[in-house]
Write a protein that binds this ligand. Sequence first.
Ligand code: ZN
Length: 210
Amino acid sequence: MDEVLEQLKAGVRRFQTQVYPQRAEMYAQAASEPQRPHTLFITCADSRIDPNEITSTGPGEVFVTRNIGNMVPAYGEMLGGVSAVIEFAVGGLGVKHIAVCGHSDCGAMKALLNPESVAKMPTVKSWLKNAHAALSVAETLHERLPDRELMEELTEQNVLLQLRHLKTHPSVAAAMAAGELTLSGWVYEIGSGAVRMAADGSHVFKALEK
Ligand SMILES: [Zn+2]
């Protein structure tokens, strides 16, 4: 017996019998009109992050793409899933904001600091190249300010780098030039629920007050 599948089925049944009935109106509304999400949320595939939960959003509000390390390959380098999502979200859905959200204890950041750990995962190893510039910046800053944890520095620098990569995508550049799109960088602390944010163009992450 597939215990995991049974666990998943039990979860679906619970959703259908307990959660859905309470929100039936909201789901009916969401199904009756085309989706019009206001935000594209780019975050890590880490199973401890729930984009809707941490932003208190419901169906139809946030278009989400996730991958290892919340990365955005610069335009033209790896055309595929991430670039298509960005193009569709901006050009097709007209999102008004893109948030890139990194997080504490990120396996991708750990792997950047310890490349041997992914030596036998060639695809992951190759994907991590999208953050190599962040690694060199973090290491340089860490030499100057050793009090700060390298992991924390790298997590922030990775988010800032991916925001720069985003701007190399023509759809993003055009929407920003038209004043129709803004960007922000986030770091989510899994253990405390804290979120710190950097506005576009800033290198400083400020804690969002509760
Ligand atoms: Zn992660």
